[in-house]
Design a protein around this ligand. Structure first.
Ligand SMILES: *Cc1c(COP(=O)(O)O)cnc(C)c1O
Ligand SMILES: *[C@@H]1O[C@H](CO)[C@@H](O)[C@H](O)[C@H]1NC(C)=O
Length: 391
């Protein structure tokens, strides 16, 4: 998407905010231009209970504070909170619920979120119904005790979109909180709060950090009461990131805009190249007019990221051969880093699902998930072509 035509505009001053929000050097005694890493666990008090801003680093930390403000600002939200992982953030959000509450989650959700809901939350008396992406399916699943709807858009790995505006409106009608996991697009490409969602969450581990060297999560909200509850859980459950990691992510966010622009452009070029390829059965990319929800993508996003899903012509053996032959793409789980990754969901990220569930979602042995990195696009295409020629 070099020019964004037909999509929502990129928010004004996005890159400027990433670089400057909450980072005025005047706030530090030495006027540091770079936010200092504050390692202190505890902070001196003038008298008992009489502390300036911080008392104990789990409850609040100066480096983390800056990061939380930057992330909130990029999502267009009032408040942010960072966690030790994406699933840590999910744990805090689910802990807003209580025993006997019910949640509706999109069925094609991140495997770790599925596991958290179906193996952990259930032990605390929180039941989940998994739903297709269509709004009718969500509405059918609403019960008297439904308190939360959990969306991911696009989904993983089949890149189906949820109509965030419509589903958020449905949630409001029934007084249900609507949560959107925005990991796959980042606020550069999608801003769920502006579409009516109550809570946005991220695996910062992916695009937001973008360098495959930090595990972190975040929650962004607009309402003060919701923020106070999340902040209480962050502290009470102790799911906090380290100050060093916060510093690293602050550094990474400074290039989020340029990175996302390139991921977006490269993945579309590669998707278009592969779409006509004789060894490819199907390409899924919301930026392609062949994507069944291409119009929805234009309506609710500013473009698509580096995530791309392909079905090659062949079987498990062909997939394995193809993966082994790649030289620039690395065979590995995860996504959103500067390096291009590729994986086989049926055997790797989605192996925990039952065969039946995988069949329903279309996760077959010839489906490959690609995270297009920041290498030269022509090198990536040449690598894919040489490996496809061998199957
Ligand atoms: C990776 C991921 C998570 C979990 O994040 P961690 O940082 O690995 O705990 C959640 N949601 C999505 C969409 C992810 O890709
Ligand atoms: C933007 O891209 C579209 C589609 O590729 C093209 O038709 C249009 O002319 C471009 N607009 C500008 C202003 O470059």
């Amino acid at each position: 998407m070099s020019n964004n035509s037909g999509y929502l505009p990129i928010p004004k001053s996005f890159a400027t905010s990433a670089i400057h929000v909450a980072q005025n050097p005047d706030q530090w005694p030495a006027m540091d231009v770079v936010t200092p890493i504050s390692l202190a666990v505890t902070f001196k008090q003038d008298g008992p209970g009489d502390f300036k801003k911080y008392e104990y680093s789990r409850s609040g930390n100066p480096t983390r504070d800056v990061l939380e403000k930057v992330i909130a600002s990029l999502e267009g939200g009032n408040f942010g909170a960072c966690f030790s992982s994406g699933l840590g953030a999910a744990t805090a959000i689910l802990s807003l619920l209580k025993q006997g509450d019910h949640l509706i989650c999109v069925d094609d959700v991140y495997g770790g979120t599925n596991r958290l809901l179906s193996k952990v939350a259930v032990k605390f008396g929180i039941q989940t119904t998994f739903s297709g992406v269509d709004i009718e399916s969500f509405e059918r699943a609403v019960q008297k005790n439904t308190r939360m709807i959990w969306l991911e858009s696009p989904t993983n790995p089949t890149l189906k979109l949820c109509d965030i505006q419509a589903i958020s409106a449905l949630a409001k009608k029934y007084n249900i909180l609507c949560v959107v996991d925005n990991t796959f697009l980042t606020p550069y490409l999608q801003r769920p709060l502006s579409l009516g969602a109550d809570i946005v969450t991220h695996s910062i581990t992916k695009y937001m950090n973008g360098h495959s060297d930090i595990i972190m999560g975040a929650v962004i909200v607009n309402e003060k009461k919701l923020y106070d509850d999340i902040k209480f859980l962050q502290n009470s459950m102790g799911i906090v990131p380290s100050p060093f990691d916060c510093y690293q992510v602050l550094r990474s966010l400074k290039t989020l805009a340029v990175r996302m622009k390139q991921h977006s452009e490269s993945s579309l070029i590669i998707a278009k190249h592969l779409e006509g390829h004789p060894k490819i059965e199907k390409v899924i990319h919301p930026g392609l007019p062949s994507h069944p929800q291409h119009e929805l993508a234009k309506k609710q996003t500013s473009g698509h990221s580096g995530m791309l899903t392909i079905y090659i012509k062949g079987n498990l053996e062909s997939s394995k051969k193809f993966l082994k032959s790649l030289k620039v793409f690395t065979l590995a789980e995860s996504l959103g880093g500067y390096e291009s990754l590729i994986e086989l969901p049926s055997v790797m990220t989605h192996a925990a699902l039952t065969q039946e569930h995988r069949d329903i979602l279309g996760i077959k042995d010839n489906l490959l998930r690609i995270s297009v990195g920041l290498e030269d696009t022509e090198d990536l295409i040449a690598d894919l072509d040489q490996a496809l020629a061998l199957i």
